[in-house]
Ligand binder design. Structure first.
Ligand code: ZN
Length: 240
């Protein structure tokens, strides 16, 4: 990973591993197609039941290398207390201007986890305000062309599904990098079991990807939500 600027796509995660869980296949696919892709995790996941901040940081770096992303940064916001305030908004505005992404991927605005809802709102606001030049931080104003939501716990009919059939293995490998969080056959983990550390959680990940893949006639898919109607110039590009 190099720390060069400008990205085509910036994926925001609330906690390290969210991006891998909810849009990791899409990220791997974009990288393979030659786009410059980066990840910004808002928090270090310091409230996670298992693991610790240092371990999760190392795991996040390994996962980023597996996905092939060009940068991964952490905004250092407080896990369990993502406040929608001007200080946090400014942090994200600066990151958006630094990387100037065309597309931003972010968590859907309704979710079981309050952090995900707060993150969604904060990132959406930062994407808009980053385009206002009178909000000054010494960088050029930049507003991403589109913001696209991924789902975590609460699902809604997606606006579209990305075919990740070729990249499901990479997604899974990137998740396996989080040994402190998920079940691994190789490593006995003596920490308390959580919903995501059970062996059956892997089945849930696979079933979900298969379900969304089935909806578009492929093996594996990841669903997304877009707030406005999609602009299509040529029906054949999408439907034929
Ligand atoms: Zn999360």
């Amino acid at each position: 990973m190099q720390n060069a600027m400008k990205l085509d796509v910036l994926a925001f995660g609330t906690h390290p591993d969210d991006v891998e869980l909810f849009c990791g296949g899409t990220i791997a696919s974009l990288v393979e197609q030659g786009y410059r892709v980066g990840i910004v995790d808002l928090t270090r996941g310091e409230l996670g039941t298992r693991g610790d901040v240092q371990t999760r940081q190392k795991e996040a770096e390994v996962a980023a290398n597996i996905l092939g992303v060009h940068i991964r940064e952490n905004a250092g916001l407080a896990d369990g207390n993502i406040e929608i305030n001007s200080q946090n908004r400014h942090k994200l505005i600066s990151l958006i201007r630094k990387f100037q992404p065309k597309l931003v991927l972010l968590p859907f605005n309704q979710d079981r986890h309050p952090d995900h809802e707060h993150a969604s709102r904060l990132i959406s606001e930062a994407c808009f305000y980053a385009g206002l030049s009178k909000i000054e931080d010494g960088q050029q104003a930049h507003r991403p062309s589109s913001i696209i939501f991924y789902f975590s716990h609460y699902l809604k009919d997606p606006s579209f599904v990305v075919d990740i059939s070729e990249f499901f293995k990479t997604k899974r490998m990137s998740l396996e990098a989080y040994e402190s969080q998920f079940y691994t056959k190789q490593k006995q983990n003596t920490q308390p079991e959580t919903y995501i550390s059970s062996a059956s959680f892997w089945q849930a990940i696979e079933i979900r990807a298969r379900f969304y893949g089935h909806l578009i006639g492929v093996e594996y898919g990841e669903p997304f939500f877009y707030c406005s109607p999609l602009k299509i110039n040529n029906l054949f590009e999408i439907f034929a």
